[in-house]
Design a protein around this ligand. Structure first.
Ligand SMILES: N[C@@H](CCC(=O)N[C@@H](CS)C(=O)NCC(=O)O)C(=O)O
Length: 260
């Protein structure tokens, strides 16, 4: 159902891309005006008020969330499914809509695991307070989880035989694939460079998304903040060994096996 909505308020922590970036990319691609409220003067207070449950309807558990009139929608994948339906960011058939959401939820799982590499024990502590478990967690993430998740996206592209994750039709899932590949490349450049040859289709999607005119304009704008070590994708050299942390042939979970 296409929307008559002409404006959204996006709520997300200021100063970082975070999970809000998945929503920003969709809003930018849809070319629908939005305000990144917490980046505006007084905006944080408005966001905190909604988080406390002072708005109409359900209080969000955490940012990002989106407001359209009186409607407040939280959970990144849920927001994207909503924007997909209302702004033609997914084909209008049941299989495409369910497929895009399935991919988005899988990417959300991957983002959560990426976060846990630098915060494996306690999100309330600094990375510096949990460096040793972080190194152990990151080694497993690099060895088996990145290859399994990105391998799944690659084989999805291969099976659909098309330009995009859902085949011929572009969707918000492609935007999110772009973002997760960019984030992982920032955080784990060594690990990602070892995988490059195994992800030709996914990297082409990354490049195609970056070249879409509205996305290219967004990426060149001041609205696109740089990655940083306050964000969900963080580059700590200790978590991204130059060699030895790659996927062992024959012991990989690459082709859909389960991680131990
Ligand atoms: N599953 C949620 C996760 C939301 C989330 O973890 N947001 C982070 C920032 S990226 C946050 O503010 N978390 C606060 C908390 O978990 O207490 C989503 O995908 O939107």
């Amino acid at each position: 159902m296409l929307s008559r909505v002409t404006h959204y308020d996006l709520f997300y922590w200021p100063g970082i891309q975070g999970r809000g970036e998945f929503v920003r990319l969709a809003l930018e691609e849809a070319a629908v005006p939005y305000v990144d409220v917490a980046r505006t003067r007084g905006g944080m207070a408005v966001m905190m008020k909604l988080l406390r449950g002072d708005g109409a309807g359900l209080a969000p558990f955490a940012p990002p969330f989106l407001r359209s009139g009186r409607l407040v929608i939280a959970q990144t994948a849920n927001i994207l499914a909503y924007l997909g339906d209302h702004h033609a960011l997914v084909a209008d058939d049941e299989a495409s809509r369910a497929g895009a959401l399935q991919i988005q939820l899988t990417i959300a799982d991957l983002v959560a695991e990426a976060h846990d590499t630098h915060h494996p024990i306690d999100t309330g502590l600094y990375y510096e307070d949990q460096k040793r478990p972080a190194a152990q967690r990151a080694a497993a993430f690099v060895r088996s989880r990145i290859p399994k998740y990105l391998g799944w996206l690659e084989s999805t592209l291969e099976r659909r035989g098309g330009t995009w994750l859902l085949g011929r039709h572009f969707s918000y899932a492609d935007l999110s694939a772009f973002q997760v590949v960019e984030g992982l490349t920032y955080a784990f450049p060594n690990a990602m460079s070892r995988l490059t040859r195994r992800l030709p289709r996914l990297l082409r999607v990354r490049d195609r998304v970056a070249a879409r005119p509205r996305i290219a304009a967004y990426l060149a704008s001041e609205r696109r903040l740089p990655f940083s070590e306050d964000d969900v994708f963080r580059h700590y050299p200790a978590l991204d060994a130059p060699r030895g942390g790659g996927v062992k042939r024959g012991a990989s979970t690459w082709s859909g096996g389960h991680a131990r």
